[in-house]
Write a protein of this length. Structure first.
Length: 480
């Protein structure tokens, strides 16, 4: 902030104290000048749409100050009693159990060919200011695909992120979850970092509860583009309450900056030396100078660009790799733990599907080549299960696998969301006109003969920031 040096705007000393009773007026005027000076300074620093500032793009490098530290962390062991610590460990086990259950059900269901992760969120989720190839969803899909391919499955990470320019936010888009992403997703990702202010816990709680009414009962994992140095949203009492209450449903969060801090790199010391790893266009996160696939790049400009942690307020490819790797690590561990339990059941002569599914009463086996029914057997841990490669006729004869019964009454009472909307037996439906969407719209628009299709012939710069326009002008045509 501005520092009062005792001078007026014209450089003269302020000795205007008088005995005419105007001390208060002079004090107020001085305060107003200070306040206006602060506003002008802040506007000058943050005015990204002022074309006059675009002549010096580098002025934005390292603009953001150091990462803050939370004063209070609600679920930190130092702030918990021994009983609370035990309860905290119980919550962690519940999350792990839900993670293992999600992976095991996907691996064991012979009728499931795709493992789907559906993302809703803002421009961060959409990967704005980056190539689609470099978004965290694309990186996550490439990183984990081989694991699911070995089980005969496809990994699909749906990116339904969208900017807020059309009035979209977490408050309304959670209602569109089954239209924005496929209703049968295995995991839901949610990221609305720069939109969440007071009351965001209502939208997240609604999404968690609605997710449990979807076919696969997906976990909700929350991606935060920033984060504090010593906690990922743990300084919010509301977040801590959500973490604890919905641990059994797999709710969890990851903060990019917090994850980097927890890696051990001394960002605070670098900040004192004038290096801000989280500033705009900064290359290198203190651990790496580019992404893994960037190391294979022969083009130096592309390789360096892939090492960008934050393009601006949007993460860059390296920042997105941190998020992708965090999710990939957790999900890989979930797969490994699920396989251990599956193998344990198989070695004991048990059907592992009995642990996670309810079979129909018509427990039919596979049809053998001679036309007779035979019992379905899972192969040993040394072999590969052929269940996923059954013919369509064989699949029809498989016993129907269902999830254990669960109703809204089985869920905890809402903490923040309105029960009228978030305690319902099915998720809400809506229609979203932004693309892409992967689910099914609720209401539909009927074609009318008298309707005419029209299109606005806007130029390429429509709704594009002045800073970006200036950059394109300089890069593409010096005589623009």
């Amino acid at each position: 902030g501005a520092v009062d040096d005792g001078s007026n705007d014209d450089g003269s000393d302020d000795d205007s104290n008088t005995d005419d009773g105007s001390d208060d007026d002079n004090f107020k005027k001085k305060k107003r000048k200070q306040k206006n000076h602060k506003k002008k300074k802040k506007k000058h620093e943050n005015n990204d749409d002022d074309d006059s500032n675009n002549n010096n793009y580098n002025r934005h490098l390292g603009k953001k100050k150091g990462v803050k530290r939370a004063k209070t962390i609600h679920n930190h062991p130092d702030n918990l009693t021994p009983e609370q610590i035990q309860q905290h460990k119980h919550y962690s086990k519940q999350r792990t159990t839900k993670l293992i259950t999600t992976m095991a059900r996907a691996l064991l269901n012979p009728l499931q060919d795709d493992f789907k992760i559906g993302t809703i969120g803002s421009s961060v989720a959409a990967g704005h200011d980056n190539c689609h190839y470099d978004s965290y969803e694309s990186q996550l899909q490439r990183t984990l695909s081989s694991i699911f391919q070995s089980a005969g499955m496809n990994l699909i990470v749906q990116n339904a992120g969208e900017g807020g320019g059309c009035g979209d936010s977490h408050e309304n888009q959670v209602f569109c979850i089954t239209h924005n992403v496929s209703p049968d997703v295995d995991i839901i990702h949610y990221s609305w970092t720069y939109f969440e202010h007071g009351g965001a816990e209502k939208a997240r709680e609604s999404l968690i509860r609605w997710g449990q009414q979807m076919p696969k009962r997906p976990m909700v994992h929350h991606l935060v583009a920033r984060g504090k140095a010593n906690t990922c949203e743990g300084d919010s009492k509301e977040n801590a309450m959500l973490d604890n209450t919905y641990a059994a449903y797999g709710y969890n969060a990851f903060c990019i900056q917090t994850g980097l801090y927890f890696g051990g790199h001394d960002y605070d010391k670098e900040q004192e030396e004038g290096i801000n790893r989280f500033g705009w266009q900064q290359v290198g996160d203190g651990y790496h100078n580019t992404t893994r696939y960037g190391e294979l790049e022969e083009d130096e400009e592309r390789r360096n660009g892939l090492g960008t942690v934050y393009r601006n307020w949007h993460p860059g490819p390296l920042g997105f790799q941190i998020a992708s790797d965090a999710f990939a690590y957790v999900y890989s561990m979930g797969v490994l733990m699920a396989l251990e339990l599956i193998e344990k059941d198989m070695d004991a002569g048990l059907d592992p599907r009995d642990r996670w599914f309810v079979k129909s009463t018509d427990d039919r086996g596979l049809l053998s080549t001679d036309g007779e029914y035979e019992e379905t057997e899972l192969t040993s841990s040394e072999g590969q299960s052929g269940l996923r490669h059954l013919s369509s006729k064989q699949r029809l004869l498989e016993p129907k696998l269902s999830l254990p019964p669960q109703t809204v009454k089985d869920m905890p009472k809402p903490l923040f969301c309105n029960p009228l909307y978030c305690s319902i037996p099915h998720p809400p439906s809506c229609i979203n006109y932004e693309k892409p969407t992967y689910g099914v719209p609720g209401p539909t628009v009927q074609t009318q003969n008298e309707w005419k299709i029209w299109k606005q012939n806007n130029n390429w710069a429509y709704e594009v920031g002045k800073k970006d326009i200036a950059l394109f002008k300089r890069w593409n045509d010096e005589e623009w």
